[in-house]
Design a protein around this ligand. Structure first.
Ligand code: HEC
Ligand code: HEC
Ligand code: HEC
Ligand code: HEC
Ligand code: HEC
Length: 169
């Protein structure tokens, strides 16, 4: 594994650890110990500029988790783009300090449920079927509760499994 990739992965796992470890703030932004916040707007990136979901959530087709982009990935563009925006300056400061962002988690199933993005993305279930129109969201909000009824409703329609032990650990 190259050093670059190792760093990217480290940032990714640190980001996940940040989510799991709490330190939640009531906004969907990047926060840091110092309190710096970096807004992230899907309506600009995925909406206005039409960036593909899988370009940032790169694990969604191959793993249980969709994954979140590293700051390095953001900086690939923001070394050059919108450098005068305060949000981008805060982002650059995080990057320089080697601080992984702590993203606020929005969608969360109970621990006793097994869920994987992989089969869903491969079976061409749209992100929006579960997450709503993220493209239009300035801040990600849960579109609808992902209850068992919701899972089973679609599984029934799409001839997917309704066997208890497939979803229940
Ligand atoms: C430029 C990178 C980028 C692109 C493109 C992008 N996202 Fe994201 N996404 C992020 C970041 C960063 C976060 C964490 C911050 C946040 O919640 O806004 C995130 C968070 C999310 C979340 C919230 C996850 C949770 O905690 O529940 C969902 C859902 C999501 N993205 C779906 C999508 C979908 C669907 C698309 C395509 C329409 C998309 N994203 C395109 C970077 C991106
Ligand atoms: C593929 C290139 C690309 C990537 C990757 C990217 N951005 Fe952007 N970002 C843009 C563009 C284009 C704009 C709009 C610039 C403008 O309108 O002036 C933008 C705007 C922004 C802004 C300014 C919003 C405002 O108007 O105040 C912030 C903050 C930002 N991005 C954060 C991020 C973060 C955080 C990430 C990584 C999760 C990220 N960006 C990844 C291209 C990118
Ligand atoms: C069948 C419903 C479903 C579909 C389709 C789906 N998701 Fe998810 N997504 C979820 C659930 C449920 C969670 C929370 C999982 C958990 O709590 O373990 C989640 C979590 C996430 C997260 C949080 C971080 C992570 O690593 O998992 C992101 C980002 C995300 N989804 C993006 C996407 C994108 C992008 C797509 C389309 C390529 C997509 N999702 C398609 C149901 C779905
Ligand atoms: C909008 C439709 C839709 C929704 C909502 C949905 N699923 Fe699915 N699910 C599918 C499809 C389609 C498949 C793939 C069936 C196949 O090709 O075998 C699938 C497959 C699965 C699998 C089997 C994966 C494997 O290893 O074979 C699990 C587990 C699963 N879903 C869990 C869930 C859970 C948990 C929820 C609710 C949080 C959910 N799904 C919501 C459509 C959906
Ligand atoms: C497609 C995935 C899926 C299948 C199949 C499934 N469940 Fe669930 N189940 C869930 C999800 C997601 C939750 C958590 C959300 C909720 O409570 O609605 C849940 C919650 C539950 C709960 C509530 C647990 C609690 O403590 O709140 C019970 C009881 C339950 N399921 C029983 C069953 C039984 C029995 C079967 C088989 C007949 C089954 N489930 C099949 C996804 C599934």
């Amino acid at each position: 594994m190259s050093r670059r990739r190792a760093l990217g992965l480290a940032a990714f796992f640190a980001a996940v650890a940040g989510i799991v470890g709490g330190n939640r703030v009531p906004t969907h932004s990047v926060a840091q110990e110092s309190g710096t916040k970096v807004p992230f707007d899907h309506a600009i990136h995925a909406g206005q500029y039409d960036m593909p979901c899988l370009g940032c959530h790169v694990y969604a087709a191959s793993s249980p988790s969709a994954g979140l982009p590293s700051v390095r990935k953001c900086m690939g563009c923001h070394k050059f783009i919108a450098k005068d925006k305060p949000g981008v300056q805060a982002l650059a400061a995080l990057f320089e300090q080697g601080q992984p962002p702590r993203w606020v988690r929005v969608t969360r199933l109970p621990d006793f449920i097994y869920f994987s993005h992989r089969m869903h993305v491969r079976s061409k279930v749209a992100c929006s079927d579960c997450h709503g129109e993220v493209k239009a969201m300035h801040m990600v909000v849960p579109a609808a509760q992902l209850t068992m009824g919701r899972c089973l409703g679609c599984h029934g329609e799409r001839n997917a499994t309704v066997d208890c032990i497939v979803c229940h650990k």
